[in-house]
Write a protein that binds this ligand. Structure first.
Ligand code: MLT
Ligand code: MN
Length: 307
């Protein structure tokens, strides 16, 4: 099984178009060692021919151009993308669907709730049902996603993680910003040929005993790396919102991700969905050194992992 990181930044990308806080500015002017990043998404394949896109980011077109494995191979039209699976209804996870509207067949997988959100937005009708089949998956039950050419050769178990309703639906959900279990999910992906297993959790508001149990001993976990600290955006004068308010746990501190993973024996740990303000993006920062010392790294666009 092969995994390609198509994008590794949080909503807005890195550097974000309108951010001129020190890190984004330095990324633009080249005064620090770092890599620019598009918005988080991965592609998974059991055979290198047929691919599942996990989340469709607003940067999808750029990501496909940068990824030879996802270029068309047949004339006049073709795509190695057989299916797309969504882990939430956030703009940075679904907007790329609009770039897949060129009468190209694929299967779109999501929870019933996320399919309902897409169904309420008439613009997604641009995905012509003659070509795009929408299929739902249940939580906590393993299934084998199918694409336009049949089963993809690996199984997926989606499970609820503490999260948040999509930002654009917050005004409707004032009483429950945490949202429903089907609105933010993590994935366990297992190759059928004994070729490994990994977890993908790009958004998570806090660690729970159930999640710890699930992640124990995993060969590879991609985990929400949005913020270094809970009040990062407040400190920078960018927004009054804390990480907790945005549905993202912080990396550092006693309540942070590094501490939460300390006894989980995860073999490879990669932060993904990293915000343009997070100092771990600076390869020379003490924060990057700290995560490296704790066995973590930051996912990069173009990274390939064979399991
Ligand atoms: C998030 O992860 O918090 C959202 O993607 C925010 C956004 O849509 O800007
Ligand atoms: Mn996001």
């Amino acid at each position: 099984m092969e995994v390609i990181v198509l994008g590794s930044a949080a909503g807005g990308g890195f550097p974000q178009w309108n951010c001129n806080a020190p890190l984004s500015k330095a990324a633009r002017d080249g005064s620090i060692k770092t890599k620019w990043r598009t918005q988080a998404s991965i592609a998974v394949s059991a055979d290198g021919e047929h691919w599942l896109l996990v989340n469709a980011s607003p940067d999808l077109r750029q990501q496909l151009l940068q990824t030879k494995s996802l270029w068309p191979r047949e004339s006049p039209r073709h795509s190695p993308i057989d299916a797309v699976l969504l882990t939430s209804g956030e703009i940075d996870h679904v907007a790329g669907l609009l770039s897949l509207r060129e009468s190209q067949a694929f299967t779109l997988w999501a929870t019933p709730r996320i399919l309902e959100i897409l169904g309420e937005n008439a613009i997604f009708g641009a995905l012509n049902p003659d070509y795009v089949t929408r299929k739902s998956f249940p939580l906590d039950r393993s299934f084998e996603p199918e694409g336009k050419h049949g089963p993809l050769g690996f199984t997926v178990t989606a499970f609820p993680v503490p999260g948040k309703v999509p930002l654009f639906l917050e005004s409707r959900n004032q009483g429950n910003l945490g949202g429903m279990p089907e609105e933010t999910v993590g994935l366990e992906v297992t190759a059928q040929n004994g070729g490994g297993r990994f977890h993908f959790i790009p958004g998570c508001a806090r660690m729970t005993p159930e999640l710890k149990q699930r992640l124990k001993g995993s060969a590879l976990v991609f985990f929400d790396g949005t913020l270094w600290q809970n009040d990062e955006l407040v400190d920078l004068g960018i927004s009054p919102k804390t990480g907790a308010r945005m549905g993202h746990m912080n990396i550092s501190g006693a309540d942070g991700t590094i501490a939460a993973f300390a006894d989980l024996d995860v073999k490879r740990k990669l932060f993904i969905h990293v915000n343009t303000t997070n100092p771990v993006l600076d390869e020379g920062s003490p924060q990057r050194a700290e995560i490296r010392a704790k066995g973590w790294d930051v996912a990069e666009d173009g990274m390939r992992i064979v399991l």
